[in-house]
Each structure stands twice: as structure tokens, then as C-alpha cells.
Design a protein around this ligand. Structure first.
Ligand SMILES: NC(=O)c1ccc[n+]([C@@H]2O[C@H](COP(=O)([O-])OP(=O)(O)OC[C@H]3O[C@@H](n4cnc5c(N)ncnc54)[C@H](O)[C@@H]3O)[C@@H](O)[C@H]2O)c1
Length: 272
């Protein structure tokens, strides 16, 4: 895939009402996108972001969507197609975390987490990929997580949903290659970011610091504008792939030594 530019592009971001979704929407507008579509359950949040985008002289539209619900996605996707015609960039960013240990998880925690973090990829990509294939152009982005390549305490539902999202994106990349399509896919693996979603989390390793949301967003936008297929934030997260070559006992020892399994101890998360 050739390098790609936001200039003149139609961009849709899910979970755009706060955190890096909001920052990516503003960043894409500053980088020249011509229309940003903002999806979130939090309508007040995306309305405020749309005002910030309009102030930059870029068109923005808002849709209250529950991305875990196929019917909600299909209805909003058809409204988007009517409004802007085609879509160039789809960023699956909406995500939730319960932060509970395995036996504390209630049924709703598990189904909601998989609904938002995994199933939403099927609903949104099935809605917009046909148009991208027809135009032989488009960029599919998924904000997965470092927890999508390494499991840790209090993240069994989250980690399982993000491992699944990573698998969906990898298999989809294979299908796009097989179809010799110019539509490309990018999976992002961030360590913790200071958006509020993981408030209370502590990192005990100087090699794995909590990421600054503005810096992380700029790197993600750079990666969307590049031919990259994967982005690890920070780059140290990539080492998980290398440590995986070791037997599980050694891999687990390294994860514990990095303090990965203590990080969620005082998790509070975003206040409702
Ligand atoms: N913050 C981190 O430490 C971190 C680390 C790794 C990966 N991530 C991932 O990055 C993404 C963004 O995280 P963030 O930190 O900006 O979180 P955030 O909580 O600030 O934003 C997530 C947004 O998703 C929206 N959302 C939740 N459920 C939804 C639903 N069913 N339908 C539509 N919108 C919904 C929320 O209203 C919110 O605006 C998530 O996928 C998250 O899993 C975050």
C-alpha cells in the first residue's frame, strides 16, 4: 500500500466522544480531512467534539450509535452513506473495560465487553467494506491493545475481546491480500494511555510508561497516513512477540518481572 493522506478524506471514528477518539477526530480534521463522522453512545460528547471540528472549518456529523448492536450500526451506516456518499477511513476505537477479576465478572460485563471491543468490528466493517472494495480504496483501523497480545490480571474479558479483535484484523488482512485489494488495515496495540479509561493503573517499569494521550494520538494518525499494518505504543510492546518464543513459564516470569500483573491493582476506571 502506498502512503495515504487525510487530505480531503471522509473519516468515521467510533467512540469519538472522549479520549483518543476525540483527539483522533480533531487531529484528522487538522490534517486536512474534509468530513469527520463521529459515533458514540455519548451524544453530548460527540456534539461538543463536532463543534470543535466545525471551528477548524471542517464538516462534522454526529450519530448516537451503540456499536455493539448490529441494528444500531446498520441504521447509522445507512444515514452516513446518504450524507457523505463514501467513506475513506473507518476507525474502530470505541472500547470498554470492566477491570474485574475473573470470578467477579457478571454476564453483562462479559457480553458488553465482547460486544463493544470485538463484535462491533464485524458490524462496522461489514457496513463499510463493500463500498471500499467497490472503490478499491480505504483504510480500516482498529484500536486494539497491548492486552490483545498479552493477558494480565483483572483483564480476562478485556484481554479476550482484544485478542479476538487482533485475530479479526489479521484474518481480514489476509482476505484483502487474497483479493488483491488496495483497501488496507492497521491494528494498534497501545499500552495504558492517560485518557481516564484506566484511571488508577500504575506502571512499575520505566520501560513501559503510561502513554500521553496527545503523543499516542499523533503516532496513531502518523501510522494511519503510512503503509503500516501494525503500530505498537510504545515500541517496547513489540517485545511481547519476541518473548512469546520462550516457554510459557519464562514468558509469565518476564510479565511478572515487568509488573504487568500488578498494574490493575488500584484500577478505578472512568467515573460514570
Ligand atoms: N486508555 C488506555 O489506557 C487504552 C489502552 C489500550 C487500548 N485502549 C483502547 O483505545 C480505545 C479508546 O480508549 P480511550 O482511552 O480513549 O477510552 P474512552 O473511555 O476515553 O473512550 C471510549 C469511548 O467509547 C465510547 N463507547 C463505549 N461504548 C460504546 C458503544 N457501545 N457504542 C459507541 N460508543 C461507545 C464511550 O462513550 C467513549 O466516548 C478503546 O478501544 C480502548 O480499549 C485504551
Amino acid at each position: 500500500m502506498e502512503a495515504f493522506s487525510f487530505s480531503g478524506k471522509h473519516v468515521l471514528i467510533t467512540g469519538a466522544g472522549s479520549g483518543i477518539g476525540r483527539l483522533m477526530a480533531l487531529g484528522a480534521a487538522r490534517r486536512g480531512a474534509s468530513h469527520i463522522v463521529l459515533w458514540d453512545l455519548n451524544l453530548a460528547g460527540i456534539k461538543a467534539v463536532a463543534e470543535e471540528i466545525s471551528a477548524l472549518g471542517v464538516k462534522a456529523s454526529t450519530h448516537k450509535v451503540d456499536v455493539s448492536q448490529r441494528a444500531s450500526v446498520i441504521a447509522a451506516a445507512s444515514a452516513v452513506s446518504e450524507e457523505i456518499g463514501h467513506l475513506d477511513v473507518l476507525v474502530n476505537n470505541a472500547g470498554i473495560v470492566s477491570g474485574k477479576s475473573f470470578l467477579e465478572l457478571e454476564e453483562k460485563d462479559i457480553t458488553s465487553t465482547f460486544g463493544v471491543n470485538t463484535l462491533a468490528l464485524f458490524w462496522t466493517i461489514q457496513a463499510f467494506l463493500p463500498g471500499m472494495l467497490e472503490r478499491d480504496s480505504g483504510r480500516l483501523v482498529s484500536i486494539a491493545s497491548a492486552a490483545g497480545i498479552a493477558g494480565s490480571t483483572k483483564l480476562t474479558d478485556y484481554s479476550g475481546s482484544k485478542f479476538a479483535a487482533v485475530g479479526v484484523m489479521e484474518a481480514l488482512r489476509a482476505e484483502l491480500r487474497e483479493a488483491a485489494s488496495s483497501v488496507s488495515a492497521l491494528t494498534v496495540y497501545p499500552f495504558y494511555i492517560n485518557t481516564g479509561m484506566f484511571d488508577g493503573v500504575k506502571s512499575s517499569s520505566p520501560l513501559l510508561r503510561i502513554q500521553n494521550q496527545d503523543v499516542a494520538t499523533a503516532k496513531i494518525l502518523d501510522a494511519i497516513e503510512s503503509p503500516r499494518r501494525e503500530l505498537f505504543l510504545p515500541g517496547m510492546v513489540y517485545s511481547v512477540r519476541i518473548f512469546r518464543l520462550l516457554p510459557a513459564a519464562a514468558f509469565d516470569w518476564i510479565a511478572d518481572a515487568f509488573g504487568i500483573n500488578k498494574a490493575m491493582k488500584n484500577f478505578r476506571g472512568r467515573k460514570k
